[in-house]
Each structure stands twice: as C-alpha cells, then as structure tokens.
Design a protein around this ligand. Structure first.
Ligand SMILES: [Zn+2]
Length: 193
C-alpha cells in the first residue's frame, strides 16, 4: 500500500456508497480529499513528494479550480515558495476573482484534488494562458482517470492513483438499483457545465 493510500485510509477519506462526482459521473467510491487536507501535517506529508518533482522548474504560481483546488494550491505553493491562486465559476465560466491575476512572466503549476475527466483543469489552463501565462504541468492529489489523459501535452503527476469504476448517470447500475445518490463534493456550488 502506498504511503498516500495509507494516509487516505487513516483519514477515513475513502467512502463507499452511491455518489455523484464533481464531473457529473456516478461511482460507488468517493475520495473525500477534504478529510486528508483537514490535518495540515497529513496534507504536507502527502503533498511534499508531489511538490518535490516541481522544484527547479521555474514555477511562479500554483493555480487550482475552486473549491477542490484551493487547499491543494495553497499547500503546493507553500512547499514551492510561490504564490497560490484559484479560479471560481461565475454564472458558468471560470474566472479569476479577488484580485488574482497572472502575466506573461508567470509559469503555472495547475493543481486539483481529484481528476476524473480533467475538464476543470483544461478550463483554468485556457483562462490563464489567455493572460499570457505558461502552463508548465499538472499535479493532482488523486488521479482517478480510467484511461491516460489523451492529448495532455504537459507533465502530469499524482500523489495517488485510484480508479474505482465511474458511470454515466444514464448507465449507472447503482441508479438502476434505486440506491440514494449522494453529492459530497462541491458540484452544487458550480454553475451550469
Ligand atoms: Zn448512479
């Protein structure tokens, strides 16, 4: 068992049931990263090996999508001694609010808590590149993509790789069995896809 998996288990962060993920897909397993990050010492233990890979890469800012990416961005930025920013959905599209900005001098490490489809990260990448910043890589606490990220042209690293099955809502066997659907993430805070 990897150290990261042991930390997730110790934090009680691997939930079993019937869940709607932030991506909209359904699954019998939910990785509640917030429980891992709730203990700052545990967060540092899990993320330090991930951050180490990005030292001397010229990173100037770590950016993640709210809500899941906020704490990861902060902790990774702390470990890399750079600044942290996050994007938020405003009536649908992602934007930088709160005075956050990037410039053509910025080299960005994109971070997320769990990547299932990568959609949020591609959106924040486009947002930052529109301001002239350069994306240098992607780091996630959990990679739960069932296939390699097709078309991603950046270095990609995860602290933990776990791929419990996911289902499109219309093809979900748990829905067909009538099991109640839980939404433990922050999907309800986001605008229309
Ligand atoms: Zn379902």
């Amino acid at each position: 068992m990897s150290d990261a998996l042991a930390e997730f288990r110790a934090a009680g962060a691997i939930l079993e049931g019937h869940f709607r993920l932030t991506s909209g897909l359904h699954s019998d397993t939910y990785l509640q990263c917030a429980l891992v990050l709730a203990d700052p010492a545990r967060a540092a233990r899990v993320l330090t090996p991930l951050a180490d890979a990005w030292h001397s890469q010229g990173i100037t800012v770590v950016a993640g999508p709210a809500v899941g990416g906020i704490v990861i961005a902060y902790e990774m930025a702390r470990l890399l001694s750079v600044r942290a920013i996050y994007s938020e959905r405003e009536n649908g599209p992602m934007r930088l609010r709160r005075g956050f900005s990037v410039s053509p001098r910025d080299v960005v490490l994109l971070v997320e808590d769990v990547i299932t489809t990568g959609g949020s990260l591609l959106e924040i990448r486009a947002l930052l590149e529109a301001s002239g910043a350069r994306a240098a890589g992607v780091a996630t606490l959990v990679d739960r993509m069932e296939k390699p990220w097709a078309g991603l042209d950046l270095p990609f690293r995860a602290a933990l790789k776990l791929t419990p099955p996911t289902y499109a809502p219309e093809a979900c066997p748990l829905c067909q069995r009538g099991l109640p659907l839980l939404t433990p993430g922050s999907r309800h805070l986001q605008g229309p896809p």
